[in-house]
Write a new protein. Structure first.
Ligand SMILES: [Ca+2]
Ligand SMILES: [Ca+2]
Ligand SMILES: [Ca+2]
Length: 149
């Protein structure tokens, strides 16, 4: 896997974990950061990100068995698309699951999801200060999407 593919994969996964699919440009990055920024300091801390990731996991786990399957991810994504909160994703749910499925059982456990979202946060945090700003989210988007808006 080359660096571009890996970064792209990681970023797409972050979006799926954050509950939003492919934000388009600065406005979407702002909205995404704003949603997670619960204390309103203009940046998303690791703790705020973890809370948002956990909420998203619980939202996707429709049957509440503690695992998110590809079918559950598809259903959740379809619902968000209907609400206009998401657009078509270049990755299938199965591929997104594969990226974080450490034990290879084909579904994401809460632990796997938490580990995956932590590592995504680290990748987004460009200056490594423990916070991800909207600008960093946008920069991540630009880097992975080849600068296209
Ligand atoms: Ca904050
Ligand atoms: Ca489930
Ligand atoms: Ca698993």
């Amino acid at each position: 896997m080359n660096t571009y593919t890996r970064t792209h994969l990681a970023f797409s996964m972050l979006l799926s974990i954050a509950g939003l699919s492919l934000p388009l440009g600065a406005q979407a990055a702002d909205r995404m950061a704003g949603k997670m920024d619960t204390d309103g300091d203009g940046k998303v801390s690791a703790a705020e990100h973890a809370v948002a990731a956990k909420a998203m996991f619980e939202r996707m786990d429709a049957d509440k068995d503690g695992y998110v399957t590809a079918a559950e991810m598809d259903a959740s994504h379809a619902a968000m698309k209907k609400d206009g909160q998401a657009t078509d994703s270049p990755m299938s749910s199965a591929d997104k699951i594969k990226a974080v499925d450490r034990d290879g059982d084909g579904k994401i456990s809460a632990t796997e999801h938490e580990a995956g979202s932590k590592s995504m946060f680290g990748k987004m945090d460009g200056d490594m200060d423990g916070y991800v700003t909207a600008a960093e989210m946008e920069a991540g988007h630009k880097a992975t999407m080849g600068g296209k808006k």
